[in-house]
Design a protein around this ligand. Structure first.
Ligand code: COA
Ligand code: ZN
Length: 311
């Protein structure tokens, strides 16, 4: 397998994760978590979203969070869904914008209250807001590997949307596996189709670990030459507008895998595991991340502390 040297990780836990929590997480706590992620060397953070505070009340403090965090370290990305969100994000001067729309009609309606073509028709207005302040815009295609309401999503639909985004001047596109329906062959097929249609359009992958094969999907993506992945600290996550959505693939488990494969991320895994444990305390429950509990494969145990089995 011909692997890349460096992989770029985007942390999405404070957006994809915190949006799904029942209790409102205080603004100060969000700021502390984002800064701790920056200090651990995470290069890009989708820190929150400028969507309707009525739709996603957990992230209503997105402006205050941006004003409170350190700037100039990680690239701080805000998710948006419409022109009003782009206007707010541009005014707030986040570093990059990600516009979400779904590949399937029914999830797009549930998530952003309009059809796919209506979302696509709004892209020029979004680009105009971002261009005024020089902020790059990426796309995020949710339900790219399947939809909880419609089942299989045709690869051609993903390609059609990506083609539209590239023509509109987007800097790249992420494929979102909103409810963990991706499989390695599906990832390979989709990445190849996108590469064939749009060879110069950067692609990132956003997997959820709903069925336990999130990191296998990452391997399939790496084999296709993908070098950008999204994940969430501790494995937090879940879309409130998709039934059965569970956590994203876990950032520290992903970093562990990549480092063990000899790939660089620029992230300090020990510091990252500390952040994961902090986030567990913040949300008040055990998270699915495994490396933060087990340590690395060479985390040795004290011989004397373990009983010897005697018959
Ligand atoms: N930020 C703040 N307020 C917004 C907004 C935004 N980006 N977009 C719309 N609003 C407000 C409008 O100003 C309007 O307010 P008013 O009633 O006080 O006048 C109200 O919301 C309704 O506006 P409308 O354009 O009709 O929105 P809608 O009800 O069709 O909802 C979205 C569309 C996109 C705003 C909403 O579906 C949404 O926020 N979705 C995002 C969901 C999400 O984040 N999912 C998880 C990520 S995958
Ligand atoms: Zn997600």
């Amino acid at each position: 397998m011909d692997l890349p040297q460096h992989v770029e990780i985007t942390e999405v836990g404070t957006r994809d994760g915190f949006q799904a929590e029942r209790e409102f997480i205080p603004t100060e706590t969000k700021i502390e978590v984002i800064d701790a992620l920056q200090d651990a060397g995470v290069p890009r953070i989708e820190y929150s979203s400028f969507v309707s505070p009525r739709a996603v009340p957990q992230l209503a403090d997105t402006l205050e969070v941006l004003q409170g965090v350190k700037r100039g370290k990680a690239t701080l990305v805000a998710l948006i869904a419409n022109a009003k969100g782009a206007e707010r994000a541009a005014e707030a001067r986040c570093d990059e914008i990600v516009v979400v729309l779904s590949a399937s009609e029914s999830h797009n309606i549930k998530n952003v209250n309009r059809g796919v073509d209506e979302s696509l028709a709004g892209m020029d207005a979004i680009m105009a807001h971002a261009a005024r302040v020089g902020i790059p815009v990426h796309g995020a295609i949710a339900t790219a590997f399947g939809c909880p309401f419609e089942g299989d999503v045709p690869t051609e639909q993903v390609v059609r949307i990506a083609r539209h985004l590239e023509a509109a001047g987007f800097a790249g596109v992420g494929l979102g596996d909103t409810t963990g329906m991706a499989t390695p062959p599906l990832v390979t097929r989709t990445c190849r189709a996108l590469h064939d249609a749009l060879p110069d359009f950067p692609v990132s992958l956003h997997f959820h670990n709903t069925r336990g094969i999130g990191l296998c999907n990452v391997m399939a993506g790496l084999e296709c030459g993908i070098v950008r992945f999204e994940s969430s600290i501790g494995g937090l996550g879940g879309c409130p507008f998709a039934p059965g959505a569970t956590g994203n693939i876990c950032t520290e488990d992903l970093v562990y895998l990549l480092h063990e494969m000899g790939l660089e991320t620029g992230i300090d895994i020990e510091a990252l595991c500390d952040v994961a444990r902090t986030v567990e305390a913040v949300v008040g429950k055990a998270l699915p991340g495994q490396v933060m509990r087990a340590g690395g494969r060479l985390a040795l145990h004290d011989l004397g502390a373990v009983a010897t089995a005697r018959g």
